[in-house]
Write a protein that binds this ligand. Structure first.
Ligand SMILES: Cc1cc2nc3c(=O)[nH]c(=O)nc-3n(C[C@H](O)[C@H](O)[C@H](O)COP(=O)(O)O)c2cc1C
Length: 206
């Protein structure tokens, strides 16, 4: 029997940072290792339009398979549909609340619920600031169930020069969590000694 491509589910909800989900899909497409299954919430489509000027069609064009967020009977709604896991990037506090409390009222939350019940990898790129107690409690609940809460926080030690640098680093760290080899992270941390040596070599004095 021919070996099928591994699958990964990508959710885009209505938090700020639609670019992270879009760039993640593009990276997976480029790498060609996984079949991507995309679910965009209706607020996710709004933020993608507002932040990136991307219509839903353009957003979906980079995914292999697109599922309607209201299609609760889609393949990804069942644990018998085998996937490597799921990333929700960006993950709104509303979707986080649904996932953390098992309230699967749309396909995005249901697919995440499936990941947790099947003990598959679930990465929540949760974006909000500042955080209230409900956000923090829901992050704890999700973590206790096995999800990885990964806010898209810049790594300043990597000396990002542009927003693209920050986004690429976040996408790279998401791919790392799935053990996917990639080249999204231009410069990985290799120790303070290397860091100071490298900076001296580049003529940086402070
Ligand atoms: C431009 C814009 C930016 C938003 N940014 C955030 C955000 O960073 N985090 C968040 O939790 N909600 C944010 N929201 C609010 C969510 O979109 C809203 O709570 C929505 O109900 C989330 O639905 P969803 O989780 O089904 O996508 C934003 C809304 C808009 C219009």
């Amino acid at each position: 029997m021919a070996e099928r491509k591994k699958r990964i589910v990508v959710g885009i909800s209505g938090a700020s940072g639609a670019v992270i989900g879009v760039r993640l899909l593009a990276a997976l497409h480029r790498l060609g290792t996984h079949e991507t299954h995309l679910i965009v919430s209706s607020s996710g489509a709004v933020t993608a339009a507002q932040e990136l000027g991307l219509a839903r069609g353009h957003l979906e064009a980079v995914a292999d398979v697109v599922h309607n967020v209201r299609d609760i009977g889609a393949a990804v709604a069942s644990g018998s549909f085998v996937t490597e896991g799921m990333v929700i990037a960006p993950c709104s506090m509303k979707t986080l609340a649904g996932v953390a409390n098992g309230f699967a009222d749309n396909l995005l939350a249901r697919a995440a619920d499936v990941m947790l019940k099947e003990r598959r990898r679930l990465v929540l790129v949760a974006r909000e600031t500042p955080l209230n107690l409900a956000h923090l409690r829901n992050m704890t609940l999700a973590t206790e169930m096995g999800a990885i809460v990964m806010p898209p926080v810049p790594a300043f030690y990597a000396h990002p020069q542009t927003i693209d640098d920050v986004v690429d680093h976040t996408v790279g760290r998401i791919l790392d969590l799935f053990g996917i080899e990639h080249g999204e992270i231009a410069r990985r941390w290799s120790g303070l000694a290397d860091e100071f040596g490298g900076r001296a070599a580049r003529g940086v004095t402070s």
